[in-house]
Design a protein around this ligand. Sequence first.
Ligand code: ADP
Ligand code: ASP
Ligand code: MG
Length: 422
Amino acid sequence: MRKVIVQKFGGTSVADTEKIKNVAKTVIREKENGNDVVVVVSAMGHTTDYLVKMAKDLSPNPSEREMDMLLSTGEGVSIALLAMAIQAQGYDAISYNAMQVGIITENIHSKARIIDIKTDKLKQNLKEGKIIVVAGFQGVTEDGEITTLGRGGSDTSAVALAAALNAERCDIYTDVEGVYTTDPRVVKNASRLDEISYEEMLELAHAGANVLHPRSVEIAKQCNLPLRVRSRFKLDNLGTLMLGVDKMEINKPVAGVAADLSQARIVVCDVPDKPGVAAKLFSKLAKEKISVDMIIQSYARKVSNTNDIAFTVDASDLNKTVQALELLKAEIGAQGDIQVDENIAKVSIVGAGMIDRPGVASSMFETLADNNINIRMISTSEIKISCLVDKNQAETAVKALHEAFELAGDEIADVKGDLPNV
Ligand code: ADP
Ligand code: ASP
Ligand code: MG
């Protein structure tokens, strides 16, 4: 039986018609290998950013539904152009948007999760020898409402399609040669990893390494799907393969370093120190579909019997969060202000090798201290330590931690994209 390979090309790879022609060649190469090919593409170049900017010019707080209507249009252009480019080379290709395929998501705008993908039509088309080009990032609810999967979500479209079609592999082609120990645009001698565990990649993606959308790694892990990040310009290089942690030989405590510059910190001051307050606060945010990341509750002050609750959210959810909290303040009996700080960044080190290895956290804190970087919040998981620092110190922190944990390689990474990432 023929194998299905899903390929994904991001915005930089389809930024102009010349690049689209190159993508068509890469797709055809895979077809010529004797495989069935499904290609997922993002919007061209800066299109999505440009659409966001236009919306913000018109409204400070555009409705999430209309934002999804707007942003989902970007991918509609690139799928049709890529299908034409493939056809121009003499191959049979057909493009579909998410509605036509039936990429069904939850009924949430701007960060919907895929719950089902209809595959009958796709399988029929593959049988007929067609190359299928699918729009990334988009989804549709059971009721026909258009949704999007969150910025960078085309990776997730590709992996979910690969899982639904029982694909042999999902290849994420991009403007770097794989997953590196940190963003190779920030640290020039970051080293490329041949392999990384799903678990570590998931933590890195959540920590801000936007080479992969976190949900894509989650789905690949669940389905044990071979997932590769590889170069769109060095096609013979295999890039980085994601594997189960049990299949890897781990010899370093830290696999990678990442920074997330898109968070905001909120402090709710002087909330009563009694049962149920945190529950009320965070269930209100959950109801509003706001994801909370780091959380710290201070010790109760003896005299007032109150404490402060600090947490971080994605900066795009900041207005919504503050509005929800203002409504909730009286109900939970908060006596102080709601303080907001957007001048922060989360810097993380990730590694399955830090389990049961004492001293990793202290090395991280010492490195930050040696660079005069103040730590404002800390959170940990089994394989990750994150520190909140001032935004303008994030780059210094990443460089210092990358050096302290001896992650540098011998070469300078080849970075082809013309879209700076930060
Ligand atoms: P695409 O348009 O192909 O989806 P993205 O810009 O979303 O590309 O992702 C690729 C970018 O991710 C790279 O250009 C790189 O700057 C950035 N990046 C951040 N962290 C890492 C990392 N650890 N390894 C590789 N790339 C990383
Ligand atoms: N076009 C969308 C974005 O810019 C999705 C993606 O690129 O993966 O976020
Ligand atoms: Mg991307």
